[in-house]
Design a protein around this ligand. Sequence first.
Ligand SMILES: *Cc1c(COP(=O)(O)O)cnc(C)c1O
Length: 402
Amino acid sequence: MSDDGKDLKPETRITHAGRREEWTGRVVNTPVWRASTHLYTSEAERKAANKSNADGDFFYGRRGAPTQWSLAEALTEIEPGAHGTVLYPSGVAAIAGALLTVLKPGDALLVTDNAYDPSRAMATGLLKRLGITHHFFDPLDIAAFGDLVASTCPRAVWLENPGSLTMEVCDIPALSAIAKEAGAVSLIDNTWASALGFPALERGCDIVMQSLSKHVGGHSDLMMGSVSAGERWYRALRRTSQELGQVVSPDDAALAARGLRTMAVRLERSTASAIEIATWLKEQPQIARVMCPMLPGDAGHALWSRDFTGGCGLFSFVLSSDDPEASAHVVDNLSLFGIGYSWGGYESLALPIFPHQHRATMGAPTLTDNDKPQAAIRLSIGLEDPGDLIEDLRYALEKLDH
Ligand SMILES: *Cc1c(COP(=O)(O)O)cnc(C)c1O
């Protein structure tokens, strides 16, 4: 798209992004270009492509073909401040690709204590085996973060906002400014908000990762991840990804691109429904606390209102019951919510969660008044009628009383 396009609203850009005529021909969407071998018209052309390794050069299937390039370009166009995007076969592969690009043996990494569990496991497993040290930090304690940065001289800081499961919103501009001052690279898992809800690079991060399996796919039928960055880091990310042989299938790229076109309207609907359902849940006697930064009165609401441009359908709540099995009883009595991992699909999901098992520095759920293990549930609100979902929740919660 021309530079003039930068002023267009995200909903408009998401419609046009990545649809180059040389890739689409006369049809609307970039077709599925299934390819390992790319054919050259001459040996001179082959040699030139081998040397240039530029984006969009036909070369060999491991560097993708127009279906993958089109999706990557579309993601870049909706990510303010990004020069390019690298695709990975899953969100976790994207986390690995980003961290392995930035870190080398001997480096220190700081990880937000409410990070997605496989991100924590990356630090305590793979990266540790490579001789990279890590420290978890409480993202809500900026002074302690400053002290930790000063004492550990990290190469990189891994952020996520809001945090997985417990949904705390942290001050990304403040944290990334401290990291930058100390020469550390800020990376963020922006899966919850996507580029539409949180322009991470504009808020101070250097590298932004998303699981496309969630909102972008949107239909619970594909696994993919992406990492976007400004020019310097994009080049480094692409190189590491090529070294690791990371590639996504054109069929999955076409599905992800299809999901992307409707993402804004799906997010708008699931955000509105989530706010309606969370507001209702907050008033129910069986609920101790709702963890949903989109809700006025939530501890994270002020920062969410300041820094985010949108939300999504994912939030959690804590039951007041002392019975650790209470969350299992509730989800077993729901009929419109599936029990399953992932989120961001058109269908609603409910998952018992145990955040106290995944924290080093923070009480958990951190926003509750005490830190005893509690029965908590994470909901991913889909596109169903919110009133129907509320009636389903009412039935399952009332069952707890009997
Ligand atoms: C699901 C998820 C991931 C990992 O994505 P996959 O595509 O499932 O590998 C990373 N971060 C967050 C916050 C997630 O919810």
